[in-house]
Design a protein around this ligand. Structure first.
Ligand SMILES: Cc1ncc(C[n+]2csc(CCOP(=O)(O)OP(=O)(O)O)c2C)c(N)n1
Ligand SMILES: [Mg+2]
Length: 208
């Protein structure tokens, strides 16, 4: 919109499409033909809510029709489909031809968070072990002789070192002051928060 060739890409889950913001965003993008790619990761569940209970639409991609935005539904576990659909959408946006909605259909292999237990509400996905995108890419590369075991081992070692360094750096941060979460939201702390804060600080004192 500022006349640069920058493109924005927004990634969001199937759950987010039930929020008003998604529809406002799509409408805005359509009206102003913004250089944006809307990338939906549809893994069939919003925490425990299955897709069928989330929307009456058969797909997320079809929602773009109402806003007259082009959309595409792809196999989200196919690295090439993801790469080429994204590349094309970015090029379209960069040419000034407006937004694209991509629906990448995938499967959440794990829980939504550590507090979530999908075995309580979700049947196993038959063949889930075969659709992991990285495993699929590995099989493809091996089949077509692109797999360089030595290079891969080097990359894995490099990444491991990077992660270890990042963890070390994070662990060296000074400990956060828990009172901060009460102190920097309101100019004048409302009485219920002030009460929560003092009760919480008392609890912490008792625990230590
Ligand atoms: C604006 C807003 N509304 C509701 C929530 C509560 N909430 C957190 S995650 C979630 C579901 C997200 O679904 P999805 O993006 O499909 O994530 P997934 O379960 O696939 O990891 C909800 C409703 C929130 N965090 N923010
Ligand atoms: Mg989801």
């Amino acid at each position: 919109m500022k006349g640069t060739d920058n493109v924005a890409i927004a990634y969001f889950g199937d759950g987010a499409t039930s929020e008003g913001d998604f529809h406002e965003g799509l409408n805005f993008a359509g009206v102003f033909q913004t250089p944006v790619v809307l990338f939906n990761q549809n893994n069939g569940y919003a925490i425990s809510v299955p897709f069928e209970k989330q929307t009456n639409s058969k797909t997320i991609a079809q929602k773009a029709i109402a806003y007259d935005i082009p959309s595409v539904r792809i196999d989200g576990n196919d690295c090439f489909a993801v790469y080429f659909a994204t590349k094309q959408a970015v090029e379209t946006a960069r040419k000034g031809e407006g937004p694209t909605l991509i629906e990448a259909v995938t499967w959440r292999t794990g829980a939504h968070t550590t507090a979530d237990d999908p075995t309580k509400y979700r049947p196993d996905h038959l063949g889930a072990d075969k659709i992991d995108p990285l495993d699929r890419l590995e099989r493809f590369m091996k089949k077509h002789d692109y797999w360089d075991a030595e290079k891969i081992a080097d990359m894995e070692e490099q990444r491991e070192t990077e992660v270890e360094q990042a963890v070390k750096e994070m662990e060296s941060y000074t400990e956060a002051n828990v009172a901060d979460m009460f102190d920097h939201v309101f100019n004048a702390v409302p009485s219920h928060l002030a009460q929560q804060k003092s009760a919480y600080m008392e609890d912490l004192k008792e625990e230590s």
